[in-house]
Design a protein. Structure first.
Length: 309
């Protein structure tokens, strides 16, 4: 008897267990020249340029090393891929051919894509069930965040490529992993009021921020590997310090989420610490912090919370 074919429901169940990352073409590849041409001369000039240069290889973009490491986890996860990367692009299928040529050249395991011919790409994040969306387009990122998806604007960076094979991801705390209630107290009432609030409410878990779901999905992927040999390492890099650290630690414990390293910097510049950690990417809501961080590591700005009002 012939073996039964997988049902659509079974295929969906397998997909639900993957870490799904959606990424824009400008975050994945260096498309600065063609994007500048589009801004100067419009769509027709851009389309002609992309077709003329269809066989010219695109160079890796800021998020390219991150995507390589994410997809590399599939070689360690057995028969079922642990990670899927989806391409979301404002190119058309016609101008997007150059992008897929580059994907094939670099042997990236990306097979699913949406090309929207200039329309926002964020509408396709939910149907693809993405846990994270990375884009160079701040408008698309904002739409994704408002829809409840972890999303960040990938910023230009001069950071060196990391030689480690281990995937290292760092997060800010308030307004990224957690809600921004603490930042609101600090901004409206001052730092002393913030510390007093966190000390008095130490036993009350913090609310979840826009990256709580992505952190949980990443934790599930980490849990598939022995902790001592895990190919993934995470870090919380926060401006908090004692006594405001206790509520953070107890909240993560309540959530059942593993963070490998926790750096409570008390307002120190995060860049050198991220460099020491060797982050492949760092997520922060503060425009000032991301400007500092992107000189050291690839950085995603999360335009969420009181710091972005």
């Amino acid at each position: 008897m012939a073996s039964a074919q997988p049902t659509a429901h079974a295929e969906s169940s397998v997909s639900d267990n993957r870490l799904v990352v959606a990424i824009s073409s400008r975050a994945l590849f260096d498309m600065g020249d063609s994007h500048d041409l589009f801004e100067r001369e419009g769509l027709d000039a851009y389309r002609a340029y992309q077709i003329e240069h269809e066989d010219d290889l695109l160079k890796p973009g800021v998020a390219f090393p991150l995507v390589q490491k994410l997809l590399g986890l599939n070689a360690l996860s057995g028969d079922v891929p642990a990670v899927e990367v989806i391409l979301l692009s404002r190119n058309s299928g016609d101008t997007g051919l150059r992008i897929f040529n580059a994907i094939q050249h670099y042997k990236l395991g990306i097979s699913r894509a949406a090309f929207t011919s200039g329309a926002p790409t964020s509408d396709y994040i939910a149907p693809f069930r993405a846990d994270l969306f990375l884009s160079a387009n701040a408008e698309d990122v904002g739409r994704a965040l408002r829809a409840g998806v972890a999303a960040a604007t990938i910023l230009p960076s001069t950071a060196p490529q990391r030689s480690s094979e281990q995937l290292r991801i760092a997060f800010d705390g308030d307004a990224v992993i957690f809600g921004d209630e603490g930042e609101r107290v600090s901004k409206e009432q001052g730092l002393d009021a913030f510390h007093r609030n966190e000390t008095e409410r130490w036993a009350e878990p913090l609310s979840g921020g826009p990256f709580r779901g992505f952190l949980a999905a990443l934790h599930r992927l980490q849990a598939a590997f022995p902790a001592e040999t895990s190919p993934i390492r995470t870090a919380l890099v926060t401006a908090r310090s004692a006594p405001a650290h206790k509520r953070v630690i107890l909240t993560l414990r309540r959530w059942g989420v593993r963070i490998d390293e926790a750096l409570f910097l008390g307002g120190r510049d995060k860049g050198p610490f991220l460099d020491a950690f060797g982050a492949d990417i760092f997520f922060d809501d503060s425009p000032a912090n991301v400007e500092s961080a992107r000189r050291h590591v690839a950085t995603g700005h999360v335009p969420h919370g009181v710091s972005n009002l």
